[in-house]
Design a protein around this ligand. Structure first.
Ligand code: AMP
Length: 213
């Protein structure tokens, strides 16, 4: 039987997994976690329900954990991991998972999306947050208002990339990606991998490993 112990995740991540009650990794987690931990780009074909959130979420936390600190200074809590989702429902769900996974670390987790008051989100961003989940349009609003910037992002995840393209987010995605450091890790998950997804991957990823279940 495979186990989460094989990934050499930090003990603060392992304690969260134990508390949540995940007993063994799902197939997508078995494939994706080692690659993400090594820092490589990943293109994953997986639907919701397969455990895809943890397949990028757990190793993503492991990657940025060396920066974790308890300082009160916002400058010490820049966005290090950015997760883009097509809808507020998915953003909320992903961010709730990230909150659970990072609960035993000092990393701050936050979420922003449109259709709700922008002010509390602005205040949260100004205080600093390392793991940010966002829908594209609202994130761009915040960047314009200088609530946050993406210059310290080390890992970016495009979740349900096919749905984001179907919803017309291509230009927004490219605007966001243009603000990221070119030296970064890019992870993309999509239910299917049609040509337009492969084209996007070619534009924003570097030699991605493909994981498929
Ligand atoms: P996702 O595909 O990321 O939306 O995950 C679907 C559901 O599976 C969520 O409720 C997760 O909390 C749960 N889950 C993720 N990984 C595991 C695991 N290794 N064992 C049991 N449940 C899991």
């Amino acid at each position: 039987m495979s186990s989460f112990a094989q990934f050499n995740l930090d003990s603060r991540i392992m304690s969260a997994i134990e508390r949540i009650g995940y007993k063994e990794p799902t197939p997508i987690q078995l494939q994706a976690i080692p690659v993400v931990m090594k820092g490589g780009d990943v293109m994953g074909a997986a639907q919701t329900g397969t455990g895809k959130t943890a397949s990028f979420g757990l190793p993503l936390i492991a990657r940025i954990l060396p920066h974790a600190n308890t300082s009160m200074s916002p400058a010490r809590h820049p966005v290090r991991a950015l997760i883009l989702t097509p809808t507020r429902e998915l953003a909320d769900q992903v961010s709730a998972n990230m909150t659970q996974y990072a609960a035993d670390t000092p990393l701050r987790v936050g979420v922003v999306y449109g259709g709700v008051d922008i002010r509390p989100q602005y205040d949260m961003l100004r205080r600093g947050v390392e793991i940010l989940t966002a829908t594209p349009g609202r994130l761009l609003d915040h960047i314009e208002q200088r609530a946050t910037n993406l210059s310290q992002v080390e890992v970016v995840v495009l979740d349900e990339a096919d749905r984001m393209l179907d919803m017309g987010f291509f230009d927004d995605i490219m605007r966001i990606v243009s603000q990221l450091p070119s030296e970064r890790q890019t992870i993309m998950f999509s239910a299917t991998l049609p040509p337009k997804i492969r084209k996007l991957a070619k534009e924003i990823m570097h030699d991605p490993a493909e994981v498929n279940i």
